[in-house]
Design a protein around this ligand. Sequence first.
Ligand SMILES: Cc1cc2nc3c(=O)[nH]c(=O)nc-3n(C[C@H](O)[C@H](O)[C@H](O)COP(=O)(O)OP(=O)(O)OC[C@H]3O[C@@H](n4cnc5c(N)ncnc54)[C@H](O)[C@@H]3O)c2cc1C
Length: 423
Amino acid sequence: MTTNSITPLYDYDVAVIGAGPAGMTAAIRTRWVKSYKSVPCSTVLFDRAGLGGLAKWRSCMLTGPSFHLMGKDVVARFKQDIDDLEIPLIASRVVKVALEGTVKTIVTESGDSIRALAVIIATGFRSLCNEQEYLKNIAITYMGYEFFEELLNNLFTMKGKQTVLIVGNEFTRNLVDLIEICNQGRQTVLYLIDAHAEKPLWPAPPGTVLQGKIVRYEGKESLEGVKVVLRGGEESFIACQKVLLDYNSYELAPLYEFDAGALKKDGRGFIMVDREMRTNIPGVYAAGDVTGLYATVGRAIGDGIVAGFSAYKDIFRRKFNHEPCLFAYAAQDIKITPGFKDLPRPSLNLRPKLLVSAERAARYLDEYATKTSRKLNSIKDMLNSCAGIDTLQEHLNKSSLEEQHLLDAIEFLLEKKAVALHL
Ligand SMILES: Cc1cc2nc3c(=O)[nH]c(=O)nc-3n(C[C@H](O)[C@H](O)[C@H](O)COP(=O)(O)OP(=O)(O)OC[C@H]3O[C@@H](n4cnc5c(N)ncnc54)[C@H](O)[C@@H]3O)c2cc1C
């Protein structure tokens, strides 16, 4: 068994950007491949808004009326596994990625710089922010345009003269006539369209169409306005009492807040992937809404699972030079003899990294000690310094451990999904 000795040191096997349903499932599947033997990846999640993504909004219809769950319940299920597996979440916006090369680098707004062998991009659509705090004042077109006229009539029959901000993109031009007909000049209408959209094609008085994106909804009891970043980067405040979010236009715009330039995209900017969610860059995968239609939780979960397995498979091959035994794997021409093991014996060039708390790992080792009647103090000491830096050989050199003893204990911890082996 050989390992790639020229791979520079890195922090995690897999970095997942975005913790909506696609990112959460991708992360879980790289850490928990199956209930029996596997070699877990070390995995880190990034999300500027915590766990859940758009799925934590209201309820999710998964396949039809009989499969209708509350978004928060769906997210809670994934959170349970993320917590149990101790998958770290870096709660910050990813602002820069270097995707080329063997080791990728991910940089966040708060200054973290993380190196990983694989990156799974699951950043979804154009961003929402704190809309949920002002749902009384925000109308959303997610039910399609047949309901649009009714939505507008409700908006424009407010008492007194108020300002309604319509948020969309270049296709919002198709809504303008109906907006004007329904409003009949009763309320002040402003438009905020995507910073990257074409210049608006409809005639509008100067100042009524701005280009940029909302970063925060503000107001004490009810909405008083929105903080926006205008095209060009300047911050501004738009006073308004109601917002109409043309959510359908969100479905036309994937979200990157970093330069994803080298990734192959389709005509609308969605990341192109193959059936295994691989992109054109080796070691980079994408899942969920960021890869295009159809924008649903079920698909995002499926994509995340596939992306997670693909990353696992590619990393496993690099570490062990053969295919992992995933589900229903193709029959291989291997003679099965007594004592046959599914997991490869780790090479001493691999670098153990502890994935769970030291206390939990110590508990597992006690379990192992009881099973094997071996003394484990020296392994417990060693475990605390398992950060994916020293190789197994270096750990052996620094201690009085026997090789067989160490490898057996590592194998036990692998089964518990408590340790990863870095290149
Ligand atoms: C109001 C509403 C109702 C819906 N109803 C349904 C429904 O009934 N049934 C259904 O199946 N689907 C529904 N959907 C759609 C569904 O929620 C999405 O398709 C699904 O959540 C997509 O999952 P995702 O993981 O791809 O992306 P998201 O859920 O969008 O998650 C992406 C995550 O990436 C994070 N992110 C983005 N950029 C960065 C960055 N640079 N750095 C760090 N983090 C970043 C975001 O904060 C976000 O948490 C609805 C959506 C909405 C808004």
